[in-house]
Write a new protein. Structure first.
Length: 421
């Protein structure tokens, strides 16, 4: 498979794999660690995860803002080092207050690293950023799967020492990721390239253009903020697949409980098989905007399938759940492609870090509010899923209308091919 971004692009995939493998170790065992090692109760664990996640929402805009002002490579390495320090620090205490502080720092680093990795890919892959992000997502899934399998094997022992060693493995993965990043080249920064080009041409107009682009502020760009808000809604496919589908299957359908892990496996298989082919729906901002209508149709189909799964016949329920898992996975893949392209293309080239940081809030907010929204749909019953699917379809139409004037100008965004010295 050809990897966009050349050597640096391929190397960053190694960083992604190491990072996500470590995260898979911790993600599969965090609740168990806090229960059996830290001695926390269920309510305390909920508070710890919820509050640290809420604080982590500040990570994407902070990381993106810094990325426009300092070199990206050392910044990404520092963020990975912060994540490693937070993981090691968890081993040193069982006090809830200290654990809250440490987990919040780790959450800030985790959310920041996602935006910085996306920005690195944007800079090295240029016009092929959508394809690169697709490959990166496949590597992420594989890394998570490897980490989860290692954790599952280790947990057969079930001792506190095993839990601690899994957390150490998570921390060491971030250390290795930081060291790998420091070996790679600094990707070209468009803000610096524009400024240098303007100075070299000694053109007043070029300098004004560069300064204007550098002064762009995403917090004053009402349309980009509205776009980000709509993204927070469309990212609900994540909560549907990880929270809604399992809970709905075991509480409201006649399908056997054993089908739940199979549905999650189906999700992973579809992502690995189709994320790269679907990158063609994000080759330009115009193409990505056009894919929003099919995305809305898939969302509605997924909601309708979950509604249909509430039947008394087990085999029909299973079939409907498979259709729902397939639809929401296709929506996940397609939306990821659209989102990658529009979030970059709609941002001023010299302020991509700040804009991508603000866009990162969408996924962070969804992670906090998404489970509540999905559980509300479950509480309503079958019609709740139909309403959710219709609402997501309507949001796709709204987003398509929102970006209609911006997608044409985004096509003229220049690709950086210069290198910095």
């Amino acid at each position: 498979m050809r990897i966009p971004g050349g050597t640096d692009g391929r190397r960053m995939l190694a960083v992604t794999f190491v990072d996500k493998a470590g995260s898979g170790l911790w993600g599969a065992t965090s609740a168990l660690y806090f229960t059996f090692v830290a001695g926390l109760g269920a309510a305390e664990i909920g508070l710890l995860i919820g509050l640290s996640g809420a604080i982590g929402i500040a990570g994407p805009p902070l990381g993106g803002l810094l990325a426009d002002r300092v070199p990206l490579r050392p910044l990404l390495a520092v963020v990975q080092a912060v994540r490693a320090a937070a993981s090691f620090a968890l081993l040193a205490t069982t006090d809830l207050r200290l654990l809250l502080l440490i987990a919040a720092v780790g959450s800030l680093g985790d959310r920041s690293s996602s935006v910085l990795t996306k920005l690195y890919a944007t800079r090295v892959a240029g016009e092929e950023r959508s394809r690169y992000q697709a490959v990166n997502r496949i590597v992420s899934n594989i890394g998570w799967a490897v980490g989860g399998l290692v954790a599952a094997s280790a947990l057969t022992a079930g001792t506190t020492a095993v839990y601690r060693w899994l957390l150490v493995g998570d921390a060491l993965s971030f250390v290795l990721a930081a060291l790998l990043v420091l070996r790679y080249a600094e990707p070209p920064s468009l803000s610096r390239v524009m400024t240098k080009s303007a100075e070299g041409m000694e053109s007043i107009e070029a300098m004004k253009g560069a300064e204007g682009a550098k002064g762009a502020n995403p917090w004053r760009d009402r349309r980009y903020l509205a776009y980000t808000a709509s993204e927070a809604v469309l990212f609900l496919d994540d909560s549907v697949l990880t929270v809604g589908l399992p809970l709905w299957t075991v509480t409201a359908t006649t399908a056997p409980h054993q089908v739940v892990p199979l549905l999650l496996v189906l999700n992973n298989v579809l992502v690995v098989c189709f994320q790269v082919p679907f990158a063609r729906f994000g080759t330009t901002a115009h193409v990505a905007r056009g894919a929003l209508l099919p995305l809305g149709a898939v969302f509605f189909a997924g909601g309708a399938a979950l509604t249909a799964s509430a039947v008394d016949t087990p085999w029909i329920a299973v079939g409907a759940l498979v259709l729902a898992a397939t639809a929401f996975t296709v929506a996940e893949i397609l939306h990821a492609t659209i989102s990658w392209e529009l979030s970059v293309a709609l941002a001023p080239p010299a302020a991509q870090g700040a804009y991508l940081g603000v866009h990162g809030l969408a996924q962070a907010v969804q992670r906090s509010a998404g489970p509540l929204i999905v559980t509300c749909a479950i509480a309503v019953g079958p019609t709740g899923w139909l309403a959710l699917g219709a609402g997501l379809a309507a949001m796709c139409c709204g987003q398509r209308h929102l970006v209609r004037d911006r997608d044409r100008t985004a096509l003229s965004v220049p690709t950086v091919t210069l290198s910095e010295h």
